[in-house]
Design a protein. Sequence first.
Length: 97
Amino acid sequence: MANSKSAIKRIDIAERNRVRNKNYKSAVRTLMKKYFQAVETYAASPTPDNLTVVQQSMSAAYSKIDKAVKTKVLHRNNGDRKKSRLARVLKTVAVAS
């Protein structure tokens, strides 16, 4: 257990940051899963409506990843890798269809 007032404060701040980081990371994972599901639906039946859903979900995922990088929840390379993975999945589906 912390003995000094500053150490207690640091524990509180670390917990606050941990929860905030957890929320960001969870949101990024959720948006990526929604994007992958949208791409899968688009691959099954490539219609303009499905493409619009894919683009919207990609935009939302990119935005959340960029915000997580900006607030230093994710490292810049980690965010770039995630965005590259999203783009690569759509590219393989577009080439296949």
